[in-house]
Design a protein. Structure first.
Length: 436
């Protein structure tokens, strides 16, 4: 399920970064009395009442181009508003509304997004009257807080989640699986989207980078609602040439973060390169299900063993891909495209599965019978029991007397046996060894 994004906007030095740091419980944004310290958008995660939200801190909004940075900062703030599910419009309670505040109020109203006017620097009950001067901005609801000492930030969050949570619950109920299509520019992501939807949903051209935004489309597959996300192509940072492409990369990373399963596409003619490896590694590190699609297979002069040889070459270059499905397709001719949804669904179900503790410990006994844990530094290592504490992605905890001494090769052996026994194909699984 996608995390809602909450954007914090306001003119310089109203306390946006202080509030951001308080919400994410980390000193991630630089806080200084000097105006304009935050120029880039900074993202963090808010954990509130067992829900996760993306928090975006923006640079101070100045309507005029006083210097070269102001236009870029203003553009980032405007993009944050476009992308946000909820807007926190922060003002300085110690000052009267300014021209910048009024311009931002217009931007917020024009967006049509759920929003809140937050009057900051109201450190005590006596200072709450400061909010009265901001009624002229015509933004409701309005709350007073102190980002510095945390006063009334909980009340603010309760009001925000009262708006966002019903929408999140509805999305949880309606969406069975979020499926992101990712890869380098011009590997055929939009063509695959159109092939899966069986209609022209996105523009397809030979020019790399045609898709700038992540485009969400819901469709029904065997009675299940699938949200398909066609993303912009991911490039190396050094090759990102403009602001729009930078933001496209950010949105693609966000699409992977919010997906259940990622279809990673590569170009059959170009082979499996360094950037393809980086994208695969990103998906695995995020704990998402993964299916590797080798596209444009219709352009390859195939011989009897061509497919097997290329699969072997890919797995040699990225050893971890032994555990993930690899499909050879043509989005243009729709060759083998019909197999994709079935395999993605299998990966999604494997990622969601919760294994009974009794079954896991029966598995453990049989696994140790096949290969005992070697002694390390003269110490006998015993794994007393194992249990699964999380799904999506699966986290399996092994309770042992010497967690730090379990050899790396034995950890790999356990993971491989788990995959083989419980069919975790396409799913990153994590083993945690804890003292017991």
């Amino acid at each position: 399920m996608a995390r809602p994004a909450i954007a914090i906007i306001g003119r310089p030095n109203v306390g946006k970064s202080t509030l951001f740091n308080r919400l994410v419980e980390k000193r991630k944004a630089i806080v200084d009395a000097k105006e304009g310290i935050t120029r880039d958008r900074i993202r963090g995660t808010l954990d509130w009442e067992n829900r996760l939200y993306d928090i975006v801190d923006t640079g101070g909004y100045i309507p005029d181009d006083v210097d070269v940075f102001n236009a870029a900062v203003r553009e980032q703030a405007e993009l944050a508003v476009v992308e946000a599910d909820f807007i926190l419009f922060l003002v300085d309670g110690k000052a009267d509304p300014t021209a910048s505040d009024k311009d931002l109020a217009k931007l917020v109203r024009k967006s049509g997004k759920p929003h809140m006017l937050v009057v900051n620097k109201c450190d005590t009950l006596e200072t709450d009257d400061r909010q009265l001067r901001f009624h002229e901005l015509a933004i409701e609801p309005m709350v007073t807080i102190s980002a510095l000492n945390g006063r009334l930030t909980g009340v603010m969050l309760e009001q925000i989640t009262a708006v966002l949570n019903p929408a999140m619950a509805k999305q949880d109920e309606e969406s069975y699986m979020r499926l992101a299509i990712v890869g380098m520019p011009n590997v055929g992501k939009s063509s695959l989207t159109n092939a899966l939807l069986q209609k022209e949903q996105t523009i397809v051209t030979p020019i790399a980078g045609t898709t700038r935004d992540s485009i969400d489309t819901a469709f029904t597959w065997y009675g299940k609602t699938i949200v398909l996300v066609d993303t912009a192509g991911l490039r190396k940072r050094a090759k990102v040439s403009d602001n729009i492409e930078f933001y496209s990369n950010v949105r693609t990373h966000s699409a992977i973060e919010n997906a259940d399963v990622s279809l990673v596409m590569i170009d059959a003619e170009k082979g499996f390169g360094k950037q393809d490896k980086a994208i695969v590694d990103l998906v695995i590190r995020k704990g998402k299900g993964l299916v590797l699609l080798v596209n444009k297979w219709d352009l390859v002069e195939a011989e009897t063993n061509t497919m097997a040889e290329m699969k072997k070459e890919i797995q040699w270059q990225f050893k971890g891909l032994d555990d993930y499905p690899i499909l050879f397709i043509s989005a243009l001719t729709r060759r083998r495209v019909s197999n994709i949804m079935k395999i993605a669904d299998q990966v999604h179900q494997a990622r969601q599965q919760k294994i009974n503790t009794k079954l896991l410990n029966e598995f453990l006994r049989e696994t140790i019978k096949k290969m005992a844990i070697p002694a390390v530094k003269g110490r006998l290592i015993r794994i007393k029991f194992i249990n699964q504490v999380r799904t999506a992605p699966p986290l399996i905890v092994c309770h042992t007397n010497y967690p730090k001494l379990v050899p790396v090769n034995y950890r790999r052996y356990l993971e491989n046996q788990l995959r083989e026994t419980f069919d975790f194909s396409g799913v990153p699984i994590k083993l945690s060894f804890r003292q017991s």
